[in-house]
Design a protein around this ligand. Structure first.
Ligand code: HSE
Length: 317
């Protein structure tokens, strides 16, 4: 059954994502205009070849243990189609280990590549894509916006993940500050207690409900709406400068939060001028080097298009 896919080639583009957004732990996520791009060709030679340029070049595995390859394989296995040989060429821009959804992007890239290669043979619908990606990532808050774009609310049912995609108010102006240091999500998660006081849970329920309203219709509420008691304070010891900068920015009236599991920080400006103000404050107060990324909200999410093999030296989409 692989014969239908051999010789096919697809181009995939997947956005960075910022999860949690303060109070929405493991639930809210925002797609951002910074992309990993991937070309995948199904070949009749068994095995894989992986070429990476940009972020992760020379660092990420280039054999079958590569996360993108594993995601392609998981997607083929989910529909019982034998995996063909694979040739991958990735051009990555999403920083690794910084809380910008690079592992979600790798997983979603692989799954979308499989969707494209299998087009016309078997369909992978939105629910199947989200279920596969969530199973590999462990939680749905990065993979949902990476797949569908915009602001997503993701939640788990007894049968798996679901999501609701929302459009963000045009005033909302994200800026991400990326440090040199990295932090593993596993370590960040290990710092959290198994249970929290009821009062803190109530605090976060109110803020995350408010945050959806602030992001969709009332950006002036973003500062109040991004307060959190579920994860950031527990993880602060693993990213002290992130914590100090967030406190400073919030004291100045800016809606600053840890991006995902950190250590990058995200400021959700209520208008574009707030981004410049945030950048100025970070430049003034930071001890180490922080790279500001003024990004737009990505509206499309992951895309996959067929790619003629003859033009395979082209990777810009
Ligand atoms: N919600 C996740 C966390 C996002 O904060 O651990 C990072 O993968």
């Amino acid at each position: 059954m692989t014969s239908g896919v051999v010789g096919r080639s697809v181009l995939v583009k997947v956005p960075a994502t910022s999860a949690n957004l303060g109070p929405g732990f493991d639930t809210l996520g925002l797609a951002l205009s910074l992309y990993d791009e991937l070309e995948v060709t199904a070949t009749d030679e068994p095995g894989v070849s992986v070429e990476v340029t940009g972020v992760g070049a020379g660092q990420v595995p280039t054999d079958g243990s590569n996360l993108v390859v594993q995601a392609v394989a998981a997607a083929f296995a989910s529909v019982d189609v034998p995996l063909p040989g694979l040739r991958l060429r990735a051009r990555n821009a999403i920083p690794h280990g910084r809380g910008l959804g690079s592992s979600a992007a790798a997983i979603v890239s692989g799954i979308m590549a499989a969707k494209g290669l299998l087009e016309g043979t078997v369909e992978l619908d939105s629910a199947a894509l989200l279920a596969l990606a969530t199973e590999m990532e462990g939680h749905p808050d990065n993979v949902a916006p990476a797949l569908f774009g915009g602001l997503t609310i993701a939640w788990m049912n007894s049968h798996g993940p679901s999501h609701k995609r929302l459009l963000v108010h045009r005033g909302v102006s994200p800026v991400v500050f990326v440090p040199e240091s990295t932090l593993s999500t596993k370590l960040a998660r290990s710092l959290q207690p198994a249970s929290v006081p009821h009062e803190d849970a109530t605090f976060n329920v109110s803020r995350s409900a408010l945050l959806v309203a602030a992001l969709v219709q009332s950006p002036e509420l973003l500062l109040a709406a991004t307060e959190d008691r579920l994860h950031q304070s527990y993880r602060a010891s693993a990213m002290p400068e992130t914590d100090a900068l967030i406190r400073m920015l919030r004291d100045a009236g800016l809606a600053a939060v840890v991006s995902g599991a950190g250590p990058s920080l995200l400021v959700l400006g209520s208008d574009p001028a707030q981004r410049l103000f945030a950048a100025e404050l970070v430049r003034e107060h930071a001890v180490s080097a922080w790279r500001p990324l003024m990004l737009a909200v990505d509206l499309k999410g992951a895309t996959v298009v067929p790619h003629p093999v003859e033009n395979s030296d082209f990777l810009g989409i």
